[in-house]
Design a protein around this ligand. Structure first.
Ligand code: BES
Ligand code: ZN
Length: 845
């Protein structure tokens, strides 16, 4: 547990804040007065501030001496005495565009520029809006009063309902006891829709008037039903009168769980109900259910300190699936977990130097740098999925109910949660979990027949060089043979005579059935051959798991990629999305082994053609009314394979679809829109088409359509147009900084654009740093680059550029890991290229 005398909370316990803010958009200034009631434990106290110009501090209406310390983000105050006091602080502050604190979001309606003011306070940005003890443990109630250069037709939203407007000041009801990072408000010309849950909670969805009204409907339905679900699942009522969901045009994260006023990127809240792909709807639904899971887990009960931020996020990341699985059982939403979170965690966590889920952190400025989403969200959620599957839903719910009852309006640590779940399940949950939380990495379990005995052993799995530190995990094995222990704690375990076990079981040996534990399995030749003979009978998740584990083992050089190539056809006719996802991920990896425009590339294209042909014929280009979810979700995989293959019929079909819909490209079916547009740009491109699409990008409010256009434009083979795209990178009226990374990645992944994108990143690094440098996204520009590079030349350039930056706060780990990531890929390609290309040639018929 973190007890630290640098925490301001140790010196002052706030109980109530009266926050008065006067915001002037025209002059971009904020002036404020905050009155804090609380208990001083010493006479020398500190209150957080960042970029505030403090003009006076009074205690009980009398001026008291104070100094501001910008490095410590503090106002240091000397009080006449300890005990209950009321501090009044007057200040001014700038309104900046950095998407932190109080900030404007920019958008256009019918060519007219407008803005909405909103807030983002997590992790430590409340202190930019008003002086406060900006630590999660310092819970207090808040009375917010807002004044601004208001005009007719504006809506004001906050955590609590508005209680009155007096002399142009909006006053809101007192909040419940809560942490500063969850305070939020927003105002501007908003549209909204509302409904009420069964229990009487007002639910609303809000966005700018640039959107069509029906874009709010999907979110409203999911939000309402999510709250109803959680009230039941947690057996704890939603404690506020309302739950507003607000889409902000400029947003740094994906979404933010402010209590009662959740904020979102527009792409993660609003959608065209009549033309949005199913996977996008599923994503939006899980984002909403994620943030609403936090209304209890995070908001009602909050981590004591930032080192337990993983607890908030891992938990919400699991619950988003639990909730949506209950609300939309036909979606089989856990499949999305298997195709997105699981591979992200397994990939990232295999590089030596990765962080553990739980990391001690003192300086909150470091927390953003430590925030590795593949670990904190994906791996962390997988840990909790492991717990859930060990203890079951009944114990989970019972434990959670007790946890909320014990800590509501207060704080807790990971240990408190394990204690509650342990009590409810009679299992030592903490002991099992600590091996996963405190250690980086994960094990590969070698399953072997040794002298006739079926033997398991565990050791850490690495992609690239790794130093084996003899780590052990407590692994829930979930084997299909009764002789398999529930938990493997030791380095090695012998299950018994293999021939007997095989005979008794009547089926091949398998571990991690359901793929819910965070490890991979390396079966020896005997066991793998046995498993592969029956692979067609396995359920889809097991097939995905087989392919996924093999791909990782190939990345880790424990099996060869050439051996994977002949397996692909066995799975290519699967109707299951998850199988196609795993299959085409391997196929995608093969592109690294071929040089653009080479014979080998032509052969790989042919392999793609053969893999996809039957499914393309079966599914066709246009969604059919009433088709299965799997068919809808599989279509894009096989069509994009056919297009990569340069299949003439596919190119022509996509072109035809483009031609037929030229008058209204937004009306192209959303599932295939990106492919149709990219096909057109690649094969029938022109400057006019390019400019028309870029213009459509600027104008459409539909995030799905925007991302399809982005995918199309970044795939142009035309050098002049690539230059044009890169020029738009720094034009915020065209590409918002929040969306830039997707554009950068798109151009970089385009073999004709790679050089230009990489040159841009290096040349304009300081611009990028100034624009998104304070942001958690910043380091992901490096991650994305490392995800694509696979040649020795690029590795050398990458090192030359990033090694000198290795001491930049927040970038050290990323740069170190990414050099490893590219290095291991370069080695892999060099070692296996010839064999892989031979294997591809041998597959063609
Ligand atoms: N609380 C987070 C956002 C956050 C985390 C802001 C850390 C600042 C620091 C929020 O609940 C969240 O997890 N957002 C995700 C989207 C989510 C649905 C996975 C995000 O922003 O990526
Ligand atoms: Zn979250």
């Amino acid at each position: 547990m973190t007890e630290n005398n640098t925490h301001f909370y140790t010196k002052f316990h706030p109980s109530n804040y009266n926050v008065y803010l006067d915001i002037n958009r025209a002059t971009k200034t904020i002036s404020g007065q905050t009155t804090i009631t609380g208990e001083a434990l010493t006479t020398e106290i500190s209150i957080h501030q960042k970029a505030l110009k403090v003009t006076s501090v009074q205690s009980q209406n009398t001026d008291v001496p104070f100094t501001t310390d910008d490095a410590a983000e503090a106002i240091n105050i000397t009080l006449p005495s300890t005990g209950e006091t009321t501090l009044t602080i007057d200040y001014t502050a700038p309104l900046t565009d950095a998407m932190m604190g109080i900030y404007p979001s920019y958008y256009e309606v019918n060519g007219e520029k407008k803005q909405i003011i909103g807030t983002q306070f997590e992790t430590t940005f409340a202190r930019q809006a008003f002086p406060c003890v900006d630590e999660p443990e310092a819970k207090a109630t808040f009375d917010l009063a807002l004044k601004f250069d208001e005009h007719e037709g504006e809506t004001v939203l906050a955590n609590m309902p508005e209680k009155k407007v007096e002399d142009g000041v909006h006053y809101f009801d007192t909040t419940v006891k809560m942490s500063t990072y969850l305070v939020a408000f927003a105002f501007g010309e908003l549209q909204g829709k509302q409904t009420t849950t069964k229990s009487g909670v007002q639910v609303g969805v809000f966005g700018t008037k640039a959107h069509k009204a029906n874009e709010l409907d999907f979110a409203l339905d999911i939000a309402k039903r999510s709250i109803e679900f959680y009230e039941d699942f947690y057996q704890t009522p939603y404690p506020l009168p309302h739950s507003w969901q607000l889409a902000l045009p400029d947003f740094s994260a994906g979404a933010m769980e402010n209590w009662g006023l959740v904020t979102y990127r527009e792409a993660y809240l609003l959608l065209d109900p009549d033309n949005t792909a199913l996977d996008m709807k599923q994503l939006v639904a899980t984002v909403i259910s994620h943030e609403l899971a936090h209304q209890w887990f995070g908001d009602l009960v909050t981590m004591k300190w930032w080192d337990d931020l993983w607890l908030n996020e891992s938990f919400a990341n699991m619950m988003e699936y639990v909730a949506i699985d209950a609300l939309e059982p036909d979606w089989h939403i856990w499949e999305m977990f298997q195709t997105s979170d699981v591979p992200a965690a397994l990939q990232r966590d295999a590089t030596d130097g990765v962080q553990s889920v739980h990391v001690s952190v003192e300086d909150p400025a470091e927390i953003d740098a430590l925030f590795d989403s593949a670990i904190v969200y994906a791996k962390g959620a997988r840990m909790l999925v492991m717990v859930r599957s060990l203890i079951g839903d009944d114990a989970l719910r019972k434990g959670l109910k007790a946890y909320f009852a014990a800590h509501r309006y207060g704080n807790a640590t990971g240990a408190d949660l394990w204690a509650a779940l342990g009590e409810a399940s009679n299992l030592d949950v903490g002991a099992i979990m600590n091996s996963w939380l405190e250690q980086p990495g994960y094990p590969v379990v070698d399953a072997k027949v040794v002298d006739g005995q079926l033997t398991l052993s565990q050791h850490q799995f690495f992609v690239g060089d790794g130093v084996d530190q003899d780590r052990k995990w407590q692994i829930p094995l979930n084997g299909n043979y009764a002789a398999t222990p529930q938990i493997m704690k030791d380095a090695r375990v012998v299950l018994g005579d293999y021939a007997d076990l095989r005979q008794q079981a009547g089926e091949p040996f398998r571990l991690n059935v359901g793929n819910e534990s965070h490890f991979i399995v390396n079966y020896d030749d005997t066991l793998r051959a046995d498993l592969l003979t029956t692979s067609a009978d396995l359920d889809a998740i097991s097939q995905l798991q087989l392919l996924q584990d093999l791909r990782l083992l190939a990345d880790g050089r424990q099996v060869s990629y050439a051996d994977l190539v002949p397996l692909l056809k066995d799975f290519a006719e699967s109707p299951a999305t998850v199988v196609n996802a795993a299959l085409y991920r391997i196929a995608g990896t093969l592109t690294q082994f071929v040089t653009p425009e080479s014979t080998e590339e032509a052969q790989l294209r042919k392999l793609y053609d053969q893999l996809s042909a039957k499914q393309v014929a079966r599914l066709g280009w246009t969604p059919r009314a009433g088709e299965s979810n799997d068919d809808q979700l599989t279509r894009p995989y096989v069509l994009s394979a056919a297009l990569y293959a340069k299949n003439p019929a596919a190119i022509e079909a996509a072109h035809q679809l483009f031609t037929d819909n030229q008058a209204d490209l937004g009306a192209l079916p959303a599932d295939i829109r990106a492919m149709v547009l990219a096909n057109e740009v690649k094969h029938y491109g022109s400057t006019e088409l390019f400019e028309a699409l870029l213009n459509a990008y600027r104008q459409t409010p539909d995030a799905s359509f925007k991302s399809a256009i982005r995918a199309a434009l970044t795939s142009t083979p035309d050098a002049a147009l690539i230059k044009r795209v890169i020029e738009a990178f720094e034009d915020a009226d065209t590409i918002k900084p929040q969306d830039l990374r997707g554009w950068y990645r798109g151009v970089l992944a385009n073999p004709k654009g790679e050089q230009a994108a990489w040159d841009w990143l290096r040349d304009d690094w300081s611009w990028l740093e100034a624009t998104v440098g304070g942001d958690m996204e910043f380091s992901t520009y490096i991650t994305v680059t490392a995800g694509i590079f696979h040649t020795a030349e690029r590795l050398a350039e990458f090192k030359a550029f990033f090694e000198p930056k290795i001491n930049t706060p927040g970038l050290t780990r990323e740069i170190t890991m990414d050099i490893k990531v590219i290095g291991s890929r370069v080695d892999l390609v060099e070692a296996e290229q010839a064999a892989v290309n031979q294997a591809i040639a041998a597959e063609l018929n």
